[in-house]
Design a protein around this ligand. Structure first.
Ligand code: ITT
Length: 191
């Protein structure tokens, strides 16, 4: 089954490709001729995921899906949330975002957080949404060099290492995105 994944994030592409496995051929934005940044102006992860998937569907007419992900920190009332990519700067500066998160949580005992991924799927023009969540906490310092984004700071519940200290397979097996993609596969397989 051929399907376009509406992302410009190479890390996401690799993760989703590994979880989807055989039977699905992921087509990239570049392969369908979309090289510009897709606008993400929604106030929620749901709105942004829809916006990205619809943008691709309107231009290509192809079945497609988009993921929007946010890190929701309890002591920060859910921030950075939908603004996770642009938390510290206008760009996707992972190091600056992580520094800002540690600064904001300095002296804070409640370090509970969760990652939430919303996937919007458009198939045959019909939109469906799935979600994946992983709970955990924000570490006191960065650890590990795997993954991307906030991974060096996120310790999933039941573990004592960050996502960045795990193998790609281990992260995928418990992560927000891994769980959302498992739901996506159920929908695509009609289960
Ligand atoms: P696309 O919109 O092109 O898919 P993006 O990087 O802008 O890529 P999002 O808006 O969904 O993607 O992601 C927001 C940010 O959240 C992202 O830039 C990372 O900083 C962070 N993030 C997303 N998924 C993550 C993950 O699995 N681990 C750590 N941080 C993640």
């Amino acid at each position: 089954m051929k399907i376009v994944f509406a992302t410009n994030n190479a890390h996401k592409l690799a993760e989703v490709r590994a979880v989807l496995g055989e039977g699905f051929e992921l087509v990239t934005l570049r392969e369908v001729g979309i090289t510009e940044d897709i606008p993400e102006t929604g106030a929620t992860l749901e709105e942004n995921a829809s916006q990205k998937a619809r943008y691709v569907y309107e231009r290509t007419g192809l079945d497609c899906f988009a993921d929007d992900t946010g890190l929701e920190v309890e002591a920060l009332n859910g921030a950075p949330g939908v603004r996770s990519a642009r938390y510290a700067t206008d760009g996707h500066d992972f190091a600056a975002n992580n520094r800002k998160l540690l600064d904001e949580l300095q002296g804070e005992d409640n370090r509970r957080a969760r990652f939430r991924t919303v996937i919007s799927l458009i198939r045959g023009g019909e939109e469906q949404r799935v979600e994946g969540i992983v709970r955990g906490s924000i570490a006191l310092t960065e650890a590990g060099c795997g993954g991307f984004g906030y991974d060096p700071l996120f310790i999933p519940e039941g573990y004592d290492v960050t996502f960045a200290e795990m193998s790609a397979n281990e992260k995928n097996s418990i992560s927000h995105r891994g769980r959302a993609v498992a739901e996506l596969v159920k929908v695509l397989n009609g289960r």
